[in-house]
Design a protein around this ligand. Structure first.
Ligand SMILES: Cc1cc2nc3c(=O)[nH]c(=O)nc-3n(C[C@H](O)[C@H](O)[C@H](O)COP(=O)(O)OP(=O)(O)OC[C@H]3O[C@@H](n4cnc5c(N)ncnc54)[C@H](O)[C@@H]3O)c2cc1C
Length: 396
């Protein structure tokens, strides 16, 4: 099958690139290994007694600063399904009790340190170096670091401070933070239906060759697609592997990046069977899980759901024991469970230099790379990278 552009990977990075490519008039094909598009946009559906209940197993919150995403949402006619998130708190679990972040902070230490915010620059500093000066070392160690670790579900001390939380221009008429009526994956599905994009799911790309007309991309089911331009929107390790034989230098540079796996287990419970107060998420310092993200932000009449993001390597028994302890329920109160493995990049100080080198290596090639390991892992970072890569598409 012949296209102008073949994109490998149907998460938000690949989908947004496909959107820009099709919009610019290129015949665009997207290949996704899973049975549906979305990647870390994974709004798992539990079809209960009468109503369907979705639970975010990956990304859960968008902001009005996600302007490129919002432009795509508008163009795909899904802005009507933007809904507010209920105002429920992020809570720390300390000594078996849920407590708010602010009550866990030492206010005196914070007040002493906070003026540093006006003089200290984030560039070149790690999350630990920057934030321990902004809130104080003890506040950072005892409270803030656990919140930061919960964002990419891994220790974030060594992450670049300027890539974790970015200040961006906002679209004032849009809710400050929001989700979508049917969950974030509904946005992925809407983008996949855009005019000019051919999406093939259940197609894991296993091999890529350089041919006279560009690239030949082969899937595990034996189908070969060809295109003048190839775009990879897969985790860095997968892209590195796929490029090994055709772009060894780029593959090697990609191979220097690290990533973490997140073992996510979602559970659904009937409302009457659980008494934990409504929360956005539970964060438990130094625990087997980094966060338990709740569906309480979009309350349901019958069910409550929690996606526990565990460190890898825990047994099923350990995970279930911890879930029932934290939620204060018996195991038989769990009426549905769902597991998925997510991959998140482990960015390090010096990543900007890595990125500059990567862009130099890609210059002039009909090879595009996008993903959550370029400007940052927030959804908007992924879409922004895809937008800038789409600027390298050339008409033949
Ligand atoms: C638990 C969690 C919570 C998060 N919460 C938020 C949040 O609230 N807000 C926010 O802004 N960001 C959040 N993020 C970050 C953000 O969701 C991700 O960075 C982003 O969705 C990644 O998109 P992606 O397309 O780059 O990668 P992915 O979503 O990982 O997509 C990659 C795709 O490539 C496919 N693939 C892999 N190998 C192949 C192959 N060989 N052939 C074909 N297809 C292949 C995969 O199946 C997958 O669909 C969260 C991330 C996680 C994991």
């Amino acid at each position: 099958m012949k296209s102008d552009v073949v994109i490998v990977g149907g998460g938000i990075s690949g989908l947004s690139l496909a959107f820009y490519s099709a919009k610019a008039g290129f015949k665009t094909t997207l290949l996704e290994k899973n049975d549906s598009v979305g990647g870390s946009f994974n709004s798992h559906l539990y079809t209960g007694d009468s109503t369907a209940f979705w639970l975010e197993m990956g990304a859960h919150t968008c902001y009005n600063s996600y302007q490129n995403l919002l432009d795509i949402v508008d163009a795909c006619h899904v802005s009507d399904s933007i809904i507010p998130r209920a105002k429920v708190p992020f809570m720390l679990l300390v000594d078996k009790k849920l407590t708010s972040v602010f009550s866990a902070l030492n206010i005196f230490e914070a007040l002493k340190s906070i003026p540093n915010i006006f003089s200290l620059k984030k560039e070149g500093l790690s999350v630990r170096e920057y934030y321990s000066k902004i809130v104080g070392v003890n506040n950072y160690n005892n409270t803030l670091s656990h919140f930061f670790n919960a964002v990419p579900s891994q220790p974030t001390d060594d992450f670049p401070a300027d890539m974790m939380f970015k200040s961006r221009a906002k679209r004032k008429e849009v809710l400050k933070n929001y989700t979508f009526r049917e969950g974030l994956q509904s946005v992925a599905k809407a983008i996949a239906k855009s005019k000019g994009i051919n999406v093939f799911t259940g197609q894991e790309v296993t091999g890529i060759e350089v041919v006279e007309s560009g690239y030949a991309i082969t899937t595990g089911s034996g189908v070969t697609h060809s295109a003048a331009t190839l775009a990879l929107a897969t985790p860095s390790a997968v892209s590195s592997r796929l490029l090994q034989t055709i772009e060894a230098d780029i593959a090697g540079h990609l191979g220097t990046l690290k990533a973490a796996s997140v073992d996510s287990l979602g559970v659904v419970v009937r409302k009457e069977d659980i008494s934990v107060r409504p929360v956005a998420a539970i964060i438990s310092p130094n625990d087997t899980f980094f966060s338990a993200v709740s569906r309480d932000t979009v309350p349901d009449d019958q069910y409550r759901g929690f996606a526990f993001h565990f460190r890898t390597g825990e047994s099923d028994e350990t995970k279930m024991r911890r879930i029932t302890e934290v939620l204060g329920i018996r195991e038989d109160a769990i009426i549905h469970r769902y597991e998925v493995m997510n991959t998140v990049p482990s960015l390090r100080v010096g990543h900007r230099e890595w990125l500059e080198k990567m862009d130099d290596m890609l210059a002039g090639k009909n090879l595009l790379l996008t993903g959550n390991y370029f400007g940052g892992m927030a959804i908007e970072d992924c879409v922004s990278r895809s937008l800038s890569e789409s600027g390298r598409l050339k008409k033949s």
